[in-house]
Design a protein around this ligand. Structure first.
Ligand code: GLN
Length: 486
């Protein structure tokens, strides 16, 4: 069961070979056994999950089941889920019980899926290693001394360690793709606006996007079929006809044009990563693809541009955490201003404070034009590079992350080194494009390497097709870490 695809699990549930209650209990038992060492989940709620599983079993018995009915899914703790503690990895929301469901959660509920628990994450999704979580770091299941990536590190760990059938993540600058790469799983950040941000705790609203994390591209297609959809409560949600993201999976890759940006293939990428990515490109050639050399000249600006824009938006979004309406409030304070100050000083961690300070600075009078406005102009140029590139190719490929999983604590004192671990992923968010990561081999120390596939706007079905065909001819995505009892 633990290595079955979502389609196989669905079939087993439909055929009544296993019940949703049994499947949910199987995962809850695995979480009880492995979460104390991995720390992938912040919250589980056995009774609530099993009650949902019982409902799913009724739907299955009555013939009213949909593809994901009865399947246990782990939800990143950034999504509000009614009645569930929803912390966003922060002390400031340590005891916050969400009074409503995010749109993404609603979509899973309507599909009859089971919420298995809330996964660990960097505080307010700010990080690339899961080390900024108030609830402690997550261990990489491939190497307990290494990070799982971030910010969706708990989700990536849970999928890789078979502590859920699949999971959700969010990606503002790489937080689905980078942990997927470092944990050897598949993850997709859709085109901006495909999944509603309603009820997804805001970090940088013009960049934030939810997406699926799973063991294969085929699984991601089924998940995205559920997650995507118009929602009028998010003003940037796109009103488009519902699509079946699995519709192109079987298409052969003859004639596929793969663009390789010269800026992605430089000495910044570790030699073990380069070797695995090159082997993947060779595999695509065998499958009938042709290679086009392209250039994204402004992509070198993406990290600095992101670290102006994302903190600017974060400083505004996080002003709502003031200790008044919900969340942590300091015990002792002199007056209202002191209460705000102490609640925020005590409730937020160091990285969140750093972002709020940077963001407030770049938005301040006198600096706005020099930083914020300038970054917005460069963002446009970065997006234009992609538009030019997609005149010559169907998808763009390169590494997801410059290295395999690094050691816990290795980059803790150096924020710039940490920020550079998203050097290949951030431009995609700035442009609003879809991007994904699929396992493409193993590097030094036997740690997984991710291949990034970037598509044009709304090319998700084609990207999933490309990834699926690759996964039919390779087995990297089927490998499981040792020591997790599978
Ligand atoms: N690592 C990046 C950051 O720290 C991206 C995070 C994300 O995508 N949520 O902001």
């Amino acid at each position: 069961m633990l290595n079955s695809s979502l389609a196989q699990l669905g079939a087993a549930l439909h055929a009544r070979k296993i019940s949703s209650v049994e499947l949910t209990q199987l995962y809850l038992d695995r979480i009880a056994a492995h979460n104390p060492s991995l720390n992938a989940y912040i919250t589980t709620n056995t009774e609530t999950s099993l009650a949902q599983a019982r409902q799913a079993d009724l739907l299955l018995a009555n013939g009213n089941a949909k593809p994901l009915t009865g399947i246990p899914i782990a939800q990143k703790d950034i999504f509000c889920a009614k009645g569930w503690r929803t912390t966003c990895g922060s002390k400031i929301l340590e005891n916050f019980i969400a009074p409503y469901d995010a749109h993404v959660i609603e979509q899973f509920n309507n599909a009859g899926a089971v919420n298995l628990g809330k996964t660990n994450m960097d505080e307010f999704a700010m990080g690339s290693s899961n080390e900024t979580s108030y609830f402690g770091p997550v261990n990489n299941p491939w190497d307990s001394g290494a990070v799982p990536g971030g910010s969706s590190g708990g989700a990536a760990c849970a999928v890789a360690a078979r502590l859920c059938a699949a999971a959700t993540g969010t990606d503002t600058g790489g937080s689905i793709r980078q942990p997927a790469a470092l944990c050897g799983i598949s993850g997709l950040k859709p085109t901006y606006g495909v999944c509603s941000r309603y009820g997804m705790i805001a970090f940088a609203s013009s960049l934030d996007q939810a997406g699926p994390m799973g063991r294969s591209a085929e699984d991601l297609a089924l998940l995205l079929n559920v997650m995507a959809g118009f929602d009028e409560r998010d003003s940037t949600s796109l009103q488009r006809a519902k699509e079946d993201y699995a519709r192109d999976l079987a298409r052969p890759l003859n004639g596929l044009r793969i663009g390789l940006p010269k800026e992605f293939f430089t000495e910044g990428m570790g030699s073990d990563v380069a070797k695995a990515v090159d082997a993947a490109i060779a595999e695509f050639k065998k499958l009938g693809a042709t290679i086009v050399d392209i250039s994204l000249p402004n992509s070198r600006l993406s990290v600095p541009v992101y670290y102006v824009l994302a903190p600017a938006e974060a400083s505004s979004n996080l002003s709502r955490f003031d200790g008044v309406r919900y969340g942590y409030r300091a015990q002792d304070y002199a007056d209202l201003a002191d209460m705000y100050e102490k609640s925020r000083a005590q409730g937020f961690g160091a990285e969140v404070k750093r972002r709020i300070m940077i963001g407030t600075y770049v938005l301040s009078h006198g600096y706005y034009d020099a930083y914020y406005l300038q970054a917005q102009k460069l963002r446009r140029l970065i997006a234009q590079d992609f538009a030019d590139a997609f005149k010559q190719c169907d998808v763009i490929m390169g590494p997801t992350s410059p290295s395999t999983a690094f050691k816990l604590g290795e980059k803790g004192d150096d924020p710039v080194q940490m920020y550079l671990s998203d050097i290949y992923t951030i431009a995609v968010n700035l442009a609003g494009l879809p991007g994904m990561s699929v396992p493409c081999g193993f590097g030094s120390g036997g740690l997984p390497v991710g291949l990034q596939i970037i598509g044009d706007y709304f090319a998700e079905a084609r990207m999933l097709n490309v990834a699926h065909q690759y996964q039919l001819s390779t087995d990297h995505h089927d490998r499981a870490p040792k020591n997790i009892g599978v």
